[in-house]
Design a protein around this ligand. Structure first.
Ligand code: ATP
Ligand code: RIB
Length: 318
């Protein structure tokens, strides 16, 4: 077996501190909820999703020298993930997550060590040999551009999940991006930032009402070979240079907590690209399956489906 991972995730680890409550508190209000804590962060969630879905996976990031950071190393390694996390003199990233009884969430992330990652922490040798590298927006945007430049030099497929969308987004990274995976909120924000919407303001409501052909035209304006818009319970929309496809979400599942669904999709998609030898549509279908199973459990990284759960789920559907 080659020592290089097939999927390299360059991204964040956050300790997720989650409070469940019936309704979100109003400003100034105090309410009683139930607390849990566990490993999360978009990078780590995607790495766990990819590894559990069967891809040899590396996590490249940064952690603090604190209890959360030490536990993160142990957790990721126990998942069979190669951990390349630079130690930083900052607290490990963390996230305050509120989940209400309607399944909605609100999240505040303190990037901490994640934002201290430097190009020296992301070397060519860590990415060389991988099939896919995935970045998100919870480290620094400069490190994503650096990672993608290195990846492209080694012929590695680059996947950008622009989550959360940031005001300092630099569209230059799109030239180095093979697959762009925004959710609807991120898609709208990106379209505005790149001034792709003309004079009309695009909203999520308007986006949902677009015909597939109109959405495809908008996706093409990003200048990225493949754009996949995740559509929550509606599945995902895949726009490729000369074709577009809607892949419906899996139905008949009991939705418990959708936090991290986008991460499950991205990690599953990356693993799918390896499993299906670069077949984008097969990988997106696989991403939908990984994400569907992830929403049936509470939490983020620990909620990612195991290979056995996935196999059983996909077999039942045949
Ligand atoms: P989050 O911010 O909650 O992590 P997201 O907004 O980034 O998620 P979504 O577009 O909501 O991402 O969902 C990602 C994927 O998860 C979808 O493309 C779909 O495959 C799956 N998914 C989400 N919600 C459901 C659901 N209710 N039923 C089945 N699959 C779902
Ligand atoms: O996408 C879910 C993730 O967003 C959580 O794990 C939290 O850490 C925030 O980064």
């Amino acid at each position: 077996m080659s020592s290089a991972p097939s999927v390299a995730i360059v991204g964040s680890f956050n300790q997720d501190l989650t409070w469940r409550c019936a309704e979100f508190p109003a400003p100034g209000e105090t309410i009683v909820g139930a607390f849990t804590s566990g490993p999360g962060g978009k990078g780590a969630n995607q790495a766990v999703a990819a590894a559990r879905a069967g891809a040899t996976t590396a996590f490249v990031g940064a952690l603090g020298d604190d209890a959360f950071g030490h536990e993160a190393r142990r957790f990721l390694a126990a998942e069979g993930i190669a951990v390349h996390a630079a130690p930083k003199k900052l607290p490990t990233g963390n996230a305050a997550i509120l989940v209400n009884d309607h399944g909605q969430n609100q999240i505040v992330v303190a990037l901490g060590a994640n934002a201290a990652i430097t190009p020296r922490d992301v070397t060519a040798s860590l990415l060389r040999g991988a099939r896919v590298v995935v970045c998100q927006h919870e480290t620094t945007l400069g490190i994503n551009a650096h990672a993608f430049r290195l990846a492209r030099r080694s012929g590695v497929t680059t996947v950008l999940n622009p989550a959360p969308m940031r005001g300092d987004f630099d569209s230059a990274i799109l030239q180095h991006t093979d697959v762009l995976i925004p959710n609807e909120t991120e898609f709208v924000a990106l379209a505005h930032q790149l001034k792709l919407t003309g004079k009309t303001a695009l909203t999520e409501k308007k986006l949902a009402a677009l015909s597939p052909a109109a959405l495809h035209r908008l996706c093409r304006a990003f200048g990225v070979p493949t754009v996949i818009v995740t559509l929550g319970k509606r599945g995902c929309f895949v726009s490729q240079p000369s074709t577009h496809t809607i892949i419906p979400a899996y139905t008949g599942i009991k939705v418990v907590d959708t936090t991290g669904a986008g991460d499950a999709f991205c990690g599953g998609f990356a693993a799918g690209l390896v499993k299906f030898n670069g077949d984008t549509l097969a990988a997106a279908r696989f991403g939908n399956a990984v994400a569907a199973l992830s929403v049936t459990k509470r939490g983020t990284a620990p909620a990612m489906p195991t290979a056995r759960e996935l196999a059983r789920f996909l077999k039942r559907l045949r």
